[in-house]
Design a protein around this ligand. Structure first.
Ligand SMILES: Nc1ncnc2c1ncn2[C@@H]1O[C@H](COP(=O)(O)OP(=O)(O)OP(=O)(O)O)[C@@H](O)[C@H]1O
Ligand SMILES: [Mg+2]
Length: 271
């Protein structure tokens, strides 16, 4: 739908969609990542888990270029994201969408206007009416009713705000979607509906999804693989069954503790 004439990248690239090697991030004395490696394959939903403060959001921010690491190499779509010109960076950024932790919608803009923000930023010459049509379509794609488009974020429920955030993340027809704690704060039914939406978008739009979550039900329901952040790096990546076979204490406690066992038994996890 959007103009791709100017995009200069290898359409035949088949390697990892995200590739992080030797990443180091530190804030003063605090080392958040040290020698972190992670590959994300095309078309997968990869869940990223780890205790609070282990650096999941910082990892995402590093991959999308909002946090400059002290060391390491980060490639997205096979292209290094560090050291690019502004024009090259824009071409790569057009190809991903992001739902930040907490949503981060502009409170003074309606849902439709929020969705139009990235369109206006990256395609300033697009006809205004067409921009509105694209925004309306993205609102519907996110599972919101068209009535939500003229509403302000304060007029929406938490679940609707998440969907509005997804609509904005989808604004530029991304190939790669970053979701940071998308089901946090939703009730179990709302969270399951959001999981279903994520899976449907992955399948119908062929998306690759980088999904940070604490939600065991989400991991179980829609993630193809799970990456575990601990000890300043990714200590394991694999299917849940593969992770369950590992002997790491955090992994065992997380997946095999009472909440983990209940989620995997397909029951509701108690609040
Ligand atoms: N801009 C920053 N300046 C200083 N410290 C930061 C900054 N951003 C993150 N940190 C620190 O880095 C660590 C990792 O933060 P991050 O937000 O990535 O954690 P997280 O794994 O996403 O946690 P949560 O599950 O609670 O969202 C935290 O100790 C945080 O305080
Ligand atoms: Mg976080």
């Amino acid at each position: 739908m959007l103009d791709s004439q100017t995009i200069a990248y290898d359409p035949d690239y088949e390697g990892p969609i995200v590739s992080v090697h030797g990443l180091r991030n530190a804030f003063g004395e605090q080392v958040v990542h040290d020698n972190l490696d992670l590959d994300v394959q095309r078309g997968e939903i990869i869940g990223v888990v780890g205790g609070s403060g282990t650096g999941k959001s910082v990892l995402m921010r590093s991959i999308i270029g909002l946090q400059t690491p002290q060391e390491g190499e980060i490639k997205v779509f096979g292209e290094p994201i560090l050291g690019k010109s502004d024009a090259e960076t824009i071409e790569i950024r057009k190809r991903w969408g992001v739902l930040f932790q907490g949503g981060a919608l502009f409170s003074t803009l309606t849902v439709a206007e929020n969705v139009m923000v990235p369109i206006r930023e990256f395609y300033p010459d697009m006809d205004r009416d067409f921009r509105r049509e694209v925004a309306k379509y993205k609102v519907c794609l996110s599972g919101l009713s068209p009535d939500a488009a003229p509403k302000y974020p304060s007029e929406l429920s938490g679940g609707m705000r998440k969907r509005a955030g997804i609509a904005r993340a989808l604004a530029l027809d991304p190939e790669l979607l970053f979701l940071d704690e998308p089901t946090a704060g939703l009730d179990p039914i709302g969270a399951a509906a959001f999981d279903a939406l994520t899976k449907e978008l992955q399948q119908t739009l062929g998306l690759t999804v980088f999904l940070i979550t604490h939600d065991l039900d989400t991991l179980h329901a829609i993630c193809d693989r799970v990456a575990v952040l601990a000890d300043q790096r990714v200590i394991a990546v694999g299917t849940i069954d593969e992770l369950l076979a590992l002997d790491h204490p955090w992994i065992q406690e997380y997946f095999n503790g009472p909440r983990g066992r209940m989620a995997f038994a397909g029951k509701k996890v108690p609040a």
